[in-house]
Ligand binder design. Structure first.
Ligand code: ADP
Ligand code: ZN
Ligand code: ZN
Length: 725
């Protein structure tokens, strides 16, 4: 009998490929090198089989088997399979995405490094190095722990130079293999907090070693993270691992340090700031079980874990959990599937759960746990709508708002001013003839930036000098319109000369470390004003901020996106959550031209939960997600007719399969919100169905037919299942 290997390759084709197997047994998940279309590629073995649909003499042999043991464990293989089917994406590309770069390129795995005493080092008295405190610290740490990994050294703040010195003295050496992990008795390095009643009740509901999805809906500052910590403690005490997903680690270093401070365990990070070498080491440590806790962003949901015991998703409503290009997966939804497969609990935490999740909670598909009080004495801030109508505004700020900012600074406290656009002003126009500076490649106005002064397109990043005269009528009277963070910064700095104004947006924090530095200045607590975009809204703990101003509270109410209001509500509540986390009560001013908008009123008077329920009932009436499933075909081309033709074809294919199904609707093709970006015209076709399985079958059929079609080769296109944009 011939032996055939089915291999998934990193190519954008909806198929696996057959090769003649080598003599040795190759486990699924093993990397192999094969030739494909005159190229050499690294693929992943899916399975061994006896029969191929291709004639045997046409099959090529596998060139090399790259791993002794499967590189990708079965559990992750299954997850990738499911993801590839659910999101209708080539399996080979999904598998490729999960691998660290060097492994993707076919290089051998690097063994993790552990340091231990040499025989000589072991014999050294405990205080032998007391004159060199750093060396002494490392020596003593090794007496306690026997072995230290790279991340242990990081946690203990022992720098590489010290390691080198002791190695040079022959006192320490690299270990050949890792010792079994430490006994659980030494697991906690700091004692847990005593939970309040609500926290206790929530924690006690969680069952381990069985699947259940928990929605932990707790207002900001209600102690959700403490529940995560205590749930994780139980899991690792049982010898299992925890996976914690957070929206953006660069923005929440505090979460990571809380885990590191609490546990005497191997805590590894996986996110965009981890270097490739570090990522590989951490990935392998998670897979081999030596890392007990993995904290990461979206991509970490595809990290192999040897004995996964719990998954936690913090700020589950955050849009960053959905990938917006190539493999458009939701890390949250993928994780729920994963928890189910592993028969373990998954905890979704948020002060402002997404409507999808909340609906599942209300329908009792998830266990709904609620924390409605802030921990300790800190009170929720008061919310106040500031009616902007007929007021004299300075850079969009009302006189009352200005006054309040002054009071707060005078009282020695900090202010946060939230503006949703970066740059100086979102438009530059001619006062004489009405010309507006627009991008040549996009359907978009250019944003005026002041530092340094230039015009920039926020869609394609094209930059231009600011003209002195109107290019149309030569008038020198050019004026800016609208408001960006730079302008607010300038106006506030003029108005409040004695206090620093710190701007925090993508431009001001593009340099490495700039964001952390700005946060540190805020944490130091001296009175100041922080002006920033969404970046500021995420879970930072800044106790001296007592006033938060939302400059344009109307944004989102008129949005073309049906999720606009949901996002606005989440933003207001999250931003408000930054206020008054210390001893003093905070205040939030929401400036608005429509202060009596009923949905805004509901949010402010009753809170997020009733607001979200109201939105849910509107979604139900309009037949929108979460009551239907949404999938979007997108196409773009320099020639709009190509994009339209492709989507028309997709629509016809759908209608052939579902001529008249009451559960299925299609809408489009219609142009995207910004039709032209970088000279490409973008269109979309929106499909909705109340039957997930049926829609999935349809999508995979249509995708397969479409990708073989000539038009699909000329036009860029993609499918977004459960699209959120
Ligand atoms: P959330 O994640 O819900 O925003 P945190 O877990 O960050 O809330 O808790 C807010 C603050 O309250 C933190 O400083 C935390 O250390 C503290 N805290 C949480 N639970 C308790 C508790 N049971 N007793 C005392 N302090 C607590
Ligand atoms: Zn003009
Ligand atoms: Zn542009």
């Amino acid at each position: 009998m011939p032996n055939i290997l089915e291999v998934a390759l990193p190519v954008h084709l909806y198929a696996q490929f057959d090769y003649l197997a080598p003599e040795q047994v190759v486990q699924p998940g093993t990397r192999v090198r094969v030739s494909f279309n005159h190229r050499e590629l690294v693929g992943v073995c899916i399975r061994t089989k006896q029969h191929s649909d291709f004639p045997l003499e046409k099959l090529k042999p596998v060139k090399a088997v790259l791993d002794e043991q499967a590189c990708i464990p079965q559990e992750l293989m299954n997850l990738c399979h499911w993801g590839a089917i659910y999101y209708v994406y080539p399996l080979g590309e999904v598998l490729n995405l999960t691998l660290p770069k060097r492994l993707r390129e076919g290089l051998p795995e690097q063994k993790p490094i552990f340091w231990q005493h040499s025989t000589e080092g072991k014999g050294l008295p405990e205080n032998a190095l007391k004159r060199a405190p750093n060396q002494q610290k490392l020596h003593q740490a090794l007496l306690v722990h026997q072995q230290l990994s790279k991340s242990d050294l990081k946690r203990l703040k022992i720098n590489p130079a010290t390691v080198k010195t002791l190695q040079g003295k022959g006192l320490i050496e690299q270990a050949q293999s890792a010792l079994p992990s430490q006994p659980p008795t030494t697991l906690l390095s700091a004692s847990p907090l005593t939970l309040n009643e609500q926290q206790t009740a929530a924690l006690e509901v969680i069952r381990y070693h069985q699947f259940s999805c928990y929605l932990l809906e707790g207002i900001t500052g209600s102690g959700k993270t403490e529940i995560y910590l205590q749930a994780v403690a139980r899991v690792i005490q049982a010898g299992m691992q925890a996976l914690i997903l957070v929206p953006e680690i660069g923005l929440t270093p505090q979460t990571v340090s809380r885990f590191r401070d609490r546990f005497n365990a191997e805590v590894v990070e996986l996110h965009s700031n981890t270097s490739e070498t570090e990522r590989e080491g951490n990935w392998c440590a998670a897979r081999d079980g030596s890392a007990q806790i993995v904290i990461g962003t979206r991509l970490a949901s595809l990290c192999p874990m040897k004995r996964l015991g719990i998954i936690i998703i913090d700020e589950e409503h955050d849009a960053s959990f959905k990938q917006q290009d190539s493999f458009r997966y939701s890390a949250r939804d993928l994780s729920i599937y994963r928890a189910k497969q592993n028969n373990i609990p998954i905890l979704l935490g948020s002060a402002t759960p997404s409507l999808e999740t909340l609906n599942n909670g209300l329908q009792a598909r998830y266990q709904h746990l609620r924390l409605t009080q802030r921990v300790g004495a800190t009170q929720l801030p008061s919310l106040e709508v500031q009616d902007l109508r007929n007021q004299r505004l300075i850079a969009g700020l009302s006189p009352t708002t200005m006054e309040q900012i002054g009071h707060t600074l005078n009282a020695g406290e900090q202010v946060m001013v939230f503006v949703n656009r970066r740059g100086y002003a979102p438009a530059l126009l001619c006062h004489h003839c009405g010309w507006t500076a627009a991008c040549q490649s996009c359907d978009a106005k250019l944003t005026l930036h002041a530092h340094p002064r230039h015009l920039r397109c926020h869609h394609c990043d094209r930059q231009k000098a600011v003209p002195k005269h109107c290019p149309k009528c030569r008038s020198p009277e050019l004026m800016h319109r609208g408001l960006g963070t730079e302008q607010t910064e300038e106006v506030l700095a003029n108005q409040f000369k004695h206090w620093p104004v710190i701007r925090i947006d993508r431009d001001s924090t593009s340099k490495k470390g700039a964001f952390a530095e700005a946060l540190q200045r805020l944490r130091d607590g001296a009175p100041c004003i922080a002006v920033g975009t969404q970046m500021l809204a995420k879970g930072h703990h800044l106790p001296n901020i007592t006033l938060v101003v939302i400059v344009d509270g109307d944004q989102g109410l008129q949005s073309a996106d049906f999720r606009g209001i949901e996002k606005l509500g989440q933003l207001i509540v999250q931003v408000a959550g930054r206020a008054g986390r210390g001893e003093r009560k905070g205040k939030v001013i929401i400036q608005s031209h429509t202060p009596d908008h009923p949905i805004l009123e509901l949010l402010l008077q009753k809170g997020y939960h009733p607001f979200a329920r109201q939105l849910l009932s509107e979604r139900r009436n309009a037949n929108l997600p979460p009551y239907t499933q949404l999938a979007i075909f997108r196409a773009e081309s320099k020639r709009p007719e190509n994009a339209i033709e492709l989507l028309e074809l997709a629509r016809r294919l759908c209608q052939q399969t579902f001529p008249a199904s009451p559960t299925f609707t299609s809408l489009g093709p219609f142009p995207a919100l910004v039709e032209k970006v970088q000279d490409r015209y973008r269109y979309q076709l929106q499909l909705t169905s109340t039957n997930r399985k049926q829609l999935n079958r349809l999508l995979s059929q249509v995708t397969a037919t479409l990708s073989d079609h000539a038009i699909a080769k000329r036009t860029r296109w993609s499918l977004d299942v459960d699209g959120v944009e």
